[in-house]
Design a binder for this molecule. Sequence first.
Ligand SMILES: [Cu+2]
Length: 510
Amino acid sequence: MFLSKFIDELPIPPVLKPRRKDHLYTYYKVKMTQFKQSIHSELPDTTVWGYEGSYPGPTFEVESGERVYIKWSNNLPPTHLLPIDHTVHGAHTDVPDVRTVVHVHGASVESDSDGYPEAWFTKGFEQVGPYFRKKVYQYDNNMRACTLWYHDHTLGITRLNVYAGLAGFYLIRNHRERLLNLPNGKYEIPLIIQDKTFNKDGSLYYPTQPRKPVPELETSIVPTFIGDTILVNGKVWPYLNVEPRKYRFRLLNGSNSRFYNIKLDSGQLIYQIGTDGGLMEYPIGVREIMLSPAERADVIIDFTNLEGKNVIMINDAPTPFPSGVPVDENTSIVMQFKVTLPLSCIDTSAIPANLVSLPKINEQAASKKRYLYFNMNTDKFGRPLMLLENKHWDDPITENPKLGATEIWYLINASPDSHPMHLHLIHFQIIDRRDFDVEKFNKEGIIQYTGPSIPPEAQERGWKDTVRANPYQVTRIIMKFGPYIGLYVWHCHVLEHEDYEMMRPYIVIK
Ligand SMILES: [Cu+2]
């Protein structure tokens, strides 16, 4: 379907107002509902799901150390917007179709408030999953200033709930960050990038079958989802009028499966100042930024001296990444900046030479190394099934770090695709990536490196919660577990993989 580019203005999600805020705590109420929204002016309105009547959901803005309570409630209709595959674990016919649970991605949060995939709940909490513990979640926000996001995490239908619209930003700020004099106020804009496909009537399209259909099933999960349009903040190919000055953008890949390699068609530098978990040590000027699903990049783009010019944000990453379908004239376009607004005041904001101190976690501090491999399996319908450690979601827990322990995880990817691996609760640092002999590993279970240790890319040198585990490489990450104990998860953030067993529980023990 043909949709014109750059004819709709970029929407900016509203900042959510708390119901109560005093020196003790802040309280928010957030309702999930179904409603219609204009996704593109050439399309009839689209039925979506959102938080507080907004897709993407409203933005939370909280302070480091602020104690926040959120009552997430489900007010969605009883029928799902999208086709459910009832053969997928956790989405069998013994549970209601419309279930939700909210995870704040990247948050350090107690286990009972983390949005465990089996802690789901239905409308009015009438039915709840086996791990449901409480209606009001508690977030201590004992973290650096950083760009987090919240989204649905229900077992077996996360891909559908997020695709329907259940995602939004959660920003943590602090005094230290404010002292840096970064572009702020109307010059600081979050951008959630997603790909979707629409039917002619404006409704969301999500495939009921993979390319090679499963005849026994009415609906089958697909190995990856590839949309034919790109949305930013819920609009297809929007434009943003900007002033000739610096802007700060929080880039988030909120897509199901698609990776983006973001560039500007002007060829100008993008100044990256932060990663998933907060500010970097110093800004770096880059011409491209790779974002796998759930990864964020905090950037500054300078439109100074570009009066009257248009700058297009483009993408050239194939899907699945790195050896899948190349982008076309549509999926290579993200959005447009039009430098049309007059400068309303002198731009006194800065790109500081130094941002924060970022101590490296010492490898010697690690008390445990875990070797974790991803393997491709086939299910009884002949569909590909990506597993972690050849284990399913329901198998006994094998990853059980001790509270306060530092560990190194070896993410061993013997598959041809890159998998964005995400750990809940903690932020980690990437140590390196290294090619290995895949055949030998598959036969003997021994890692024999065939290349040198490759340090993380410049854009990854900071706190991370999601890392690209590239094909035929061992990716090493290091982290300290805490400050909470209990049940969490680690998983691939390609939502079609996560929903189909590429997710495992882990437990932090005393
Ligand atoms: Cu994956």
